[in-house]
Design a binder for this molecule. Structure first.
Ligand code: NAP
Length: 268
């Protein structure tokens, strides 16, 4: 069963659509003719992007400016999605923190868990009954190569991405022959915007240009993979290498090596 075709009634949803991979996913879906619902906190940015996409591709873009880490705001969105014809859901919004968790703000670490893991779970469960009734739909979940391995100094992020990676691939197994596609996007570094040299992170300075993939390439590859109901899409050579290292190396060996690299990202 192919993905639902775009229609006047149905919508493709992209969370974290105000920049980065989410912005590229929204643009790629619009180019493929889907009317959109875009979600992020910054209303002005979402509205500016929506106007551009409507003008360029003639699609309708509804903007939902909200904090997905907030349970109350999220519940309203989940209620709306449960009532609407959602053809495609791209669960993409996510953030990371770096440093030893004992030194990080517990409230912000919880915020990361709510956004990266619980929101993905809530929104997926909201759209699923409708997709199953219609016998078609697509759910793209942005996890990460970071979810394949233990990462000291990036512990909360890595754990949330282990959740999304596992949830996506497990759910896909449950939905075999239902017409609902589920694909995990598990990238390594994706360069969506190159900051000036003084603002670049250690990763941006250390990883050579040819190893980066763009947001646009990642979006195209991901939506092609979703339409073929591929289990996992891993864009670019570095992501693939991280995937193999995470999947086949003993975790006790990987953790200290990766941890010493991430320690630098945490400013130590
Ligand atoms: N880029 C990479 O190298 C890479 C690698 C592996 C995995 N990933 C994953 O890919 C996804 C996108 O990454 P990215 O690099 O494109 O991220 P990004 O450029 O930092 O963008 C994050 C997006 O999420 C939105 N967002 C953040 N907090 C939110 C909240 N509380 N409620 C609603 N929206 C929120 C942001 O918009 P507002 O600020 O307007 O809310 C923004 O649109 C994430 O899940 C990330 O973990 C990225």
């Amino acid at each position: 069963m192919p993905l639902p075709l775009p229609s006047a009634e149905n919508r493709a949803v992209v969370t974290g659509a105000s920049q980065g991979i989410g912005e590229a996913l929204a643009a790629e879906l619009a180019a493929r003719g889907y009317n959109l619902i875009t979600v992020a906190r910054r209303k002005d940015v979402l509205e500016r992007n929506a106007e551009k996409l409507s003008r360029r591709f003639g699609v309708t873009v509804e903007v939902r400016a909200m904090d997905l880490a907030d349970r109350g705001e999220r519940a309203e969105l989940a209620d709306e999605f449960a009532r609407r014809d959602i053809a495609i859901l791209c669960n993409n919004a996510g953030i990371a923190t770096f440093g030893p968790v004992s030194k990080l703000d517990p409230a912000y670490e919880r915020f990361v868990v709510e956004l990266n893991a619980v929101a993905v779970h809530d929104l997926t469960l909201a759209v699923l009954p409708g997709m199953l009734d219609r016998g078609s739909g697509g759910i793209l979940i942005t996890g990460s190569a970071a979810g394949n391995m233990p990462i000291p100094h990036n512990a909360t992020y890595a754990a949330t991405k282990a959740f999304t990676n596992s949830f996506s691939e497990s759910l896909r197994g449950e939905l075999k022959d239902t017409g609902v596609h589920v694909t995990l996007l598990a990238p390594g570094p994706v360069r969506t915007d190159m900051p000036p040299i003084e603002d670049q992170s250690v990763v941006e300075r250390l990883v050579p240009d040819f190893l980066w993939v763009s947001g646009e390439y990642t979006a195209r590859l991901s939506l092609d993979a979703l339409s073929r109901n591929k289990m996992r899409v891993v864009p670019g050579p570095l992501s693939k290498a991280m995937s193999v290292a995470g999947g086949y190396s003993p975790r006790a060996v990987v953790a200290p090596i990766v941890g010493s690299f991430y320690k630098k990202l945490g400013g130590e």
